[in-house]
Design a protein around this ligand. Structure first.
Ligand SMILES: [Fe+2]
Length: 453
């Protein structure tokens, strides 16, 4: 579309700039009747041609909803109409800088100084739909129409950034989350009840202003990985990248006791983690599963070598740490049966299988990893297609850990089309249960969730 060689503006990274509704989508196979609700996906989708050097994380959020009922499917997509995007629409051009060219570009006086793109995750919480981006507050959307309502600040009690990866306490539905900022104390921990009331705020001095994309929680602990992707805000005014990889700091892992607030720190060599699968407590240790990058390159066309499935064990008694690679199939966008959050899990679902010689192809498979048996299964849909994050939906509230479906949106390069694929999680490598054809391609995005009707 726009004449640029930026890979994040070409192919299926290029934005889809029409909003619309489509009903009775073509379905191959049969949509399970138990699936009544919506799979919401979100990703960056710049409305205007970027003024400077564009990074994938910069684009305006666009929500894609696959709405399922009675075995039928509809699709709806809308921009998140942030105040920043509304200002750009008024001026008819991009006004803001991005991660790679100085976040704080000078903007006209009547325009908000920063844009909250709300492009990273979309969650159902307290009967609301929230679009999340870690640099700002959540943005509330209307679930039926995807219309933007505005910022959601927990009744005025949160006034800083909120992670795009909150966790739920499966015991009581509490929302566990944090925010990070380039200014001390760098990190703030929060807990809210399932109705949107903030219960707890605690400042955590991580000692270094880093990009902390995700965290992980157990019954008693919240675990923060301080990986050395350092926020150098002084670079912004020089038009230089504001994230700098500084491996000399190493990575440190903080295990915060949720009640006392006491933090035990574990120090190790530098690595980066965008996403965790889960963590649990076992024999006086914390066991954490996630996806590890050997280093992080924010300036290139990829983020470095593909992420690998990794496990860290923190011994809370003697303060030692050990870690291991789980297997050699690259894996990202880890997802769990959320009923196991903070508890010992058996299964994890990932997008991965990136060809190390041809990384431009991106993910080639969705993966179901069995941590108990130490094996995994792949689904490729016959090859030459690229999946996004797989979302697990249990068959019922009481069904077994992998008794349910895995939903993911795939892109077909040859056809330039997208489909939402429903797999039986217990027949993962077998033919999908249903393939729901989107009315047009859905650009590569980040995260999403199933929200029951
Ligand atoms: Fe993420």
């Amino acid at each position: 579309m726009w004449n640029t060689d930026n890979p994040f503006l070409n192919g299926n990274y290029a934005p889809w700039r029409e909003e619309g509704d489509a009903y009775d989508l073509e379905v191959e196979g049969e949509i399970p009747r138990e699936l009544t609700g919506a799979l919401y996906r979100i990703g960056p989708n710049p409305q205007f041609k970027p003024a400077g050097r564009y990074h994938w994380f910069d684009g305006d959020g666009m929500v894609h909803g696959f709405l399922l009922r009675d075995g039928r499917a509809a699709y709806r997509n809308r921009y998140v109409k942030s105040d920043g995007l509304k200002a750009e629409m008024k001026y008819g051009r991009a006004l803001y800088g991005g991660l790679l060219d100085g976040m704080m570009r000078e903007v006209p006086a009547d325009v908000p100084p920063m844009k909250n793109q709300a492009n990273t995750n979309i969650v159902g919480y307290a009967n609301k739909l929230l679009a999340l981006m870690e640099g700002g507050l959540p943005t509330e959307l209307k679930p039926e129409t995807l219309e933007t309502v505005g910022m959601f600040n927990f009744g005025g009690k949160v006034n800083g950034p909120v992670t795009a990866h909150p966790k739920y306490d499966p015991k009581n539905g509490d929302l566990l989350f944090f925010g990070y900022s380039p200014f001390p104390p760098y990190t703030t921990w929060y807990r809210a009840d399932k109705s949107g009331n903030l219960l707890e705020t605690r400042a955590i001095d991580t000692g270094l202003p880093v990009m902390m994309h995700d965290f992980v929680t157990t019954d008693n602990y919240a675990i923060f990985f301080v990986c050395p992707s350092v926020f150098r805000i002084e670079n912004a005014s020089k038009g230089l990248p504001v994230m700098v990889w500084e491996p000399q700091h190493g990575t440190k892992i903080g295990a915060m006791h949720r009640k006392s607030g006491e933090i035990k720190w574990f120090h190790t060599d530098a690595f980066y983690v965008f996403h965790f699968l889960n963590a649990y407590e076992e024999n006086g240790s914390l066991v954490i599963d996630g996806c590890r990058l050997a280093s992080l390159n924010m300036g290139g066309n990829s983020f470095g070598d593909p992420a690998m499935p990794w496990q860290w064990t923190l011994d809370l008694k003697d303060g030692s740490m050990r870690d291991r690679q789980i297997d050699d199939t690259s894996s990202e966008f880890p997802r769990l049966d959320e009923r196991r959050a903070g508890l010992k899990h058996r299964y994890g679902y990932f997008a991965g299988g990136t060809d190390k010689k041809d990384r431009a192809l991106g993910f080639t498979s969705v993966i179901k990893r069995d941590y108990q048996a130490g094996k995994h299964e792949l689904q490729t849909l016959g090859g030459n297609k690229t999946p996004g994050e797989p979302v697990f939906v249990p068959r019922s509230a009481s069904s077994a850990e992998d008794d349910g479906w895995v939903l993911s949106v795939w892109y077909d390069r040859a056809e330039n089309s997208s489909e939402m694929v429903i797999q039986n999680a217990q027949d993962f490598a077998g033919p999908p249960v249903a393939r729901v054809k989107a009315p047009h391609r859905v650009p590569f995005g980040f995260h999403g969730n199933w929200v029951p009707a």
